[in-house]
Write a protein that binds this ligand. Structure first.
Ligand SMILES: Nc1ncnc2c1ncn2[C@@H]1O[C@H](COP(=O)(O)OP(=O)(O)OP(=O)(O)O)[C@@H](O)[C@H]1O
Length: 240
């Protein structure tokens, strides 16, 4: 059993990620307390997905300290994966499996208690995927795949929810359902991290924002500070 950590659930200090000669992430600090949502904002190539991948245990940090619920990602990567839900920016679905089969498999692997079917059905309905629950995901549109990936990230009510570009190509109903999933996860005490380049949706979904540029954090602000017309100007200036 994981002992709840007293500090922030997600705790990153001086994270560096290098791919050959490319410094994808350059010294990022990031803390996400339980029951809160933080947005990673920035243009293409800013380092958002790389940061997410480190937290999801997909790639190791090159340098720096990364703790999730007090667990060190370098030494406890499996334990971190157990308490994390991850919606990757691309892929993640098995093309020959249906949404229901994805959820069935997730429930078994996560050893979810009886009753998971009700939550699965509820999520599929909320994301308007109830009608295609038994259709293979290989034929899904981009937006349908995004919505299914968000469902899978949140399904087992993990302590950490990582959503990489969850709004990309998603229609308003899907955006609304994703907002609800984020609010529910927070109410449940999870720490949520959302990567997006869509400032307005980040402001709606999260309380805190971190703006990345060239792999480094160039600003850390409350959603209120980066919201509205004034915030739009501030954000543009940070990206130029
Ligand atoms: N596996 C890899 N090998 C080499 N370079 C990589 C790799 N993954 C990412 N990079 C580089 O690291 C930098 C950061 O990429 P990353 O995908 O983290 O950015 P991002 O902010 O998520 O961008 P986007 O909004 O386009 O998804 C980019 O310069 C990218 O080309």
């Amino acid at each position: 059993m994981v002992v709840p950590a007293a500090g922030p659930v997600v705790d990153i200090e001086s994270l560096w990620v290098r791919f050959g000669s490319v410094d994808a992430v350059r010294g990022i600090d990031l803390q996400v307390p339980a029951g809160t949502a933080t947005a990673l904002l920035g243009r293409n190539g800013a380092g958002k997905s790389t940061t997410m991948r480190v937290l999801a245990g997909v790639i190791p940090p090159t340098e720096g300290r990364v703790h999730v619920a007090g667990l060190d990602i370098r030494t406890d990567s499996l334990a971190v994966k157990r308490i994390t839900g991850y919606c990757p920016d691309v892929g993640g679905l098995v093309p020959r499996a249906t949404p229901w089969e994805h959820l069935q498999l997730a429930a078994r692997l996560r050893r979810m208690p009886d009753g998971w079917e009700d939550r699965a059905r509820d999520l599929l309905e909320r994301f308007d995927l109830g009608g295609v629950a038994h259709r293979v995901t290989g034929g899904f549109s981009h937006g349908m795949g995004r919505r299914m990936s968000v469902i899978l990230a949140a399904f087992h009510q993990p302590r950490v929810v990582l959503l990489d570009e969850p709004f990309d190509g998603v229609d308003p109903l899907g955006v609304e359902a994703t907002m609800e999933v984020i609010a529910d996860a927070r109410a449940h005490g999870s720490a949520v991290l959302v990567s997006t380049h869509l400032r307005e949706l980040a402001v709606e979904a999260c309380q805190h924002t971190i703006v990345l540029r060239g792999g480094a954090a160039v600003a850390e602000m409350s959603a209120a500070e980066i919201g509205g017309e004034d915030g739009a100007g501030v954000y543009r200036a940070l990206l130029d």
